[in-house]
Design a protein around this ligand. Structure first.
Ligand SMILES: NC(=O)c1ccc[n+]([C@@H]2O[C@H](COP(=O)([O-])OP(=O)(O)OC[C@H]3O[C@@H](n4cnc5c(N)ncnc54)[C@H](OP(=O)(O)O)[C@@H]3O)[C@@H](O)[C@H]2O)c1
Length: 301
């Protein structure tokens, strides 16, 4: 696939990191509940290799997926990493033996998590690390994140982290973090049916900062909407491809990290970059928010 068909390119602000706007989220590679090994380990390796072969150069992960296993699969599949591949990871929780996701946000825990990511990914430095704020489940909640961002900035000065991003944050938290260090991306819950934080997307676009929606397809229970299906039928495309094309159209600073454990779904998602939406189609899709069922999610991350 021609790389320019993956939604075009985006450079993280103040960095030399340029990625295709359609990337890949690795969370679906672990076992059920983002816990334990995948049912099909060879299939997980194949999805990663296929993504990179198709031009994907932005992979989103965390060491708490699995835990550890997802990063180890990325390393197995892709190390030594091809030039230009940007791996973005996140910190902010750990996994309990009961598969829970308790916060892990002390400076000591964040430092340990950076070292876990480095070891399991086989890297000397991490390209971008997102601090994932606790928030209110999968949506942001106000509260200072200064201690955590200061800790990451210290690890950046030591050369362990190249650039810093945020996840599950409000506009006020972004501003608080920017007073401490440069922020290159924000990863919040956003998709056709779940549209909190519209103003934040536009504000970040003005600053050239990437907005990377998590759950771009709705997450563990992908989007279902009769309106979306009707639009997709009209375009001769699948609903998931249309949902991703809508995100690409929403703002030029939006980068996609859809997750899948399937090579067929991967190719369907990458093809979103070749779908042009007319103003009428965009208007029809804009009307979906609040109409499609916002799937309740069983896990927070
Ligand atoms: N910062 C955070 O707090 C946070 C939270 C959640 C996720 N994330 C990141 O965001 C990435 C994306 O989120 P996600 O993977 O949870 O959810 P998602 O991308 O919204 O959706 C993934 C789900 O959609 C299915 N799917 C994918 N492509 C499909 C297609 N073409 N047709 C039908 N079904 C399809 C997948 O199943 P199949 O495997 O069967 O394709 C999976 O069930 C994650 O991988 C992770 O890196 C970050």
């Amino acid at each position: 696939m021609n790389e320019d068909k993956l939604g075009g390119r985006f450079t993280f602000p103040g960095t030399s990191l340029t990625v295709q706007r359609i990337g890949y989220g690795a969370m679906q590679l672990a076992g059920p509940g983002v816990w334990g090994p995948p049912k099909d380990p060879d299939g997980a390796v194949a999805v990663l290799r296929e993504a990179v072969a198709a031009g994907v150069n932005h992979i989103d992960t965390s060491d708490y997926y699995g835990p550890h296993l997802t990063n180890q699969i990325i390393r197995q599949a892709l190390h030594p990493y091809p030039a230009g591949l940007v791996i973005v990871t996140k910190l902010g929780c750990r996994r309990g033996p009961d598969k829970s996701w308790p916060p892990a946000i002390s400076p000591e825990e964040l430092t340990a998590a950076v070292h876990d990511n480095l070891r399991n990914l086989g890297l000397d430095a991490l390209d971008i690390v997102n601090y994932r704020a606790v928030g209110s489940g999968s949506d942001p909640a106000e509260g200072s994140i200064a201690e955590q961002v200061t800790a990451l900035a210290g690890l950046q000065r030591k050369g362990l982290i190249r650039h810093i991003g945020l996840s599950n944050v409000t506009a006020a938290q972004v501003a608080e973090a920017q007073a401490i260090t440069d922020i290159v991306c924000v990863q919040n819950n956003y998709n056709l049916a779940h549209r909190r934080g519209e103003a934040l997307i536009d504000d970040l676009a003005r600053q050239g900062i990437a907005y990377v929606p998590f759950w771009p397809l709705g997450g563990f229970r992908p989007l279902q909407s009769t309106k979306l299906s009707a639009v997709a039928d009209r375009l001769g495309a699948t609903p998931m491809r249309v949902a991703l094309a809508w995100l690409l159209h929403r703002s030029p600073n939006i980068l996609l990290i859809p997750g899948t454990s399937s090579v067929a779904h991967l190719h369907e998602n990458l093809a979103a970059g070749q779908l042009t939406l007319s103003p009428e189609t965009v208007a029809a899709l804009d009307g979906i928010a609040g109409a499609a069922g916002e799937a309740p999610h069983s896990a927070r991350w």
